[in-house]
Write a protein that binds this ligand. Structure first.
Ligand SMILES: Nc1ncnc2c1ncn2[C@@H]1O[C@H](COP(=O)(O)OP(=O)(O)OP(=O)(O)O)[C@@H](O)[C@H]1O
Ligand SMILES: [Mg+2]
Length: 317
């Protein structure tokens, strides 16, 4: 509780961030209570391929007038299609710090807020520190909050975010008696899988998470670029075969994702490198077949075998 027992109203812009010289931790003080901020996520990563969907996300956040509010989009797609990567890339293009909150089935409303933590300062000495979640930290400093895998979070956790996700843009923290209004730069996106492992969100939450931005599988040339940026050391022939495999398998209705492709190409590339290092030769196509068998399953490798058969038939004739 605040020292007076009164609820304090404050907005992100009004709080000054102090850096503790010895620990490098960032803090803000609200009515005598010191709150430790979470750290933003820093990733060396480049988004390639689907620019239109990146721009849709950026547009939903775009504000060009004083007082204009950003939207709170929902990014939906199959597991491994690149939702988290897209959300992070969009955040970075704004030049703002990017914070992640990982939604799980056990997430409680308190996990999203400011939680008191007893820390030991010396032998037999301890003090209470207040720790801000990544959501609260992004609201204070004016950063991007990615609520990752929001579909896993239960209604009671979502309910505490309801006032943040409409034009009010605030959150109430009971533990410190604080009503915190989000910094004007604060941006929010929830990523969600469209598989069955999710909680169906109640309508009052669904109705706040708009627009719905669907992320689909990349095409052959995007996929090839994705493989290359993620696996800069892998044999380019392995990357070509993997992209061919994914394109053919998807044409046949399979739903293998860029993440599957990255695993396959990574392993196939390692097999080729390892064999070469041991003085043996492994055909990159055969390495991709083996990698698919060990990553997706024996049957799934048939598309890759088809590609190799066709290729050999052409070179023979
Ligand atoms: N367009 C892209 N550019 C660069 N890398 C990409 C792209 N799309 C996907 N990836 C890569 O594919 C992998 C899977 O992406 P990501 O983890 O973002 O998927 P996801 O949809 O969030 O999956 P999950 O639902 O399991 O969390 C990552 O290694 C990511 O870097
Ligand atoms: Mg993800």
């Amino acid at each position: 509780m605040s020292k007076t027992g009164q609820k304090v109203q404050v907005s992100g812009e009004e709080l000054e961030v102090e850096v503790d010289g010895s620990t490098e931790q960032h803090y803000v003080s609200v009515s005598g209570i010191r709150i430790r901020l979470a750290k933003p996520y820093v990733l060396d990563f480049e988004w390639v391929g689907n620019k239109p969907v990146l721009n849709q996300l950026r547009a939903s956040w775009f504000c060009s007038h004083e007082g204009e509010k950003p939207m709170n989009p929902r990014l939906v797609g199959k597991p491994g299609v690149g939702k988290t990567a897209l959300a992070y890339a969009a955040g970075k293009t704004l030049g703002l710090p990017v914070y992640f909150f990982q939604g799980t089935a056990d997430t409680t409303p308190n996990d999203l807020m400011i939680t008191p933590l007893v820390v030991e300062t010396a032998k037999d000495m301890s003090k209470v520190e207040y720790i801000a979640s990544t959501v609260i930290s992004a609201m204070i400093v004016g950063g991007v909050c990615i609520l990752d895998e929001g579909n896993r979070m239960q209604e009671k956790a979502w309910a505490s975010l309801a006032p943040l996700l409409d034009s009010r843009r605030y959150i109430e923290s009971v533990s410190v008696g604080l009503m915190l209004r989000a910094h004007k730069n604060f941006r929010f996106v929830a990523t969600m899988n469209d598989d069955a492992s999710c909680f169906d969100l109640p309508e009052y939450i669904n109705s706040r998470l708009h627009p719905y931005i669907g992320l689909d599988f990349p095409d052959r040339s995007e996929e090839r670029k994705i493989l290359e940026v993620n696996l800069p050391f892998t044999d380019p022939v392995v990357l070509d075969y993997t992209a061919d495999f994914l394109a053919l398998a998807r044409k046949e209705g399979e739903e293998y994702t860029p993440r599957d492709g990255i695993h396959i190409a990574n392993y196939a590339g390692k097999l080729v490198d390892f064999e070469a290092h041991s003085g043996r030769d492994l055909d990159p196509g055969e390495a991709v077949v083996l990698a698919i068998e060990q990553i997706l399953g024996i049957r799934q490798a048939r598309y890759m075998k088809q590609i190799l058969w066709r290729e050999r038939a052409v070179t023979k004739s």
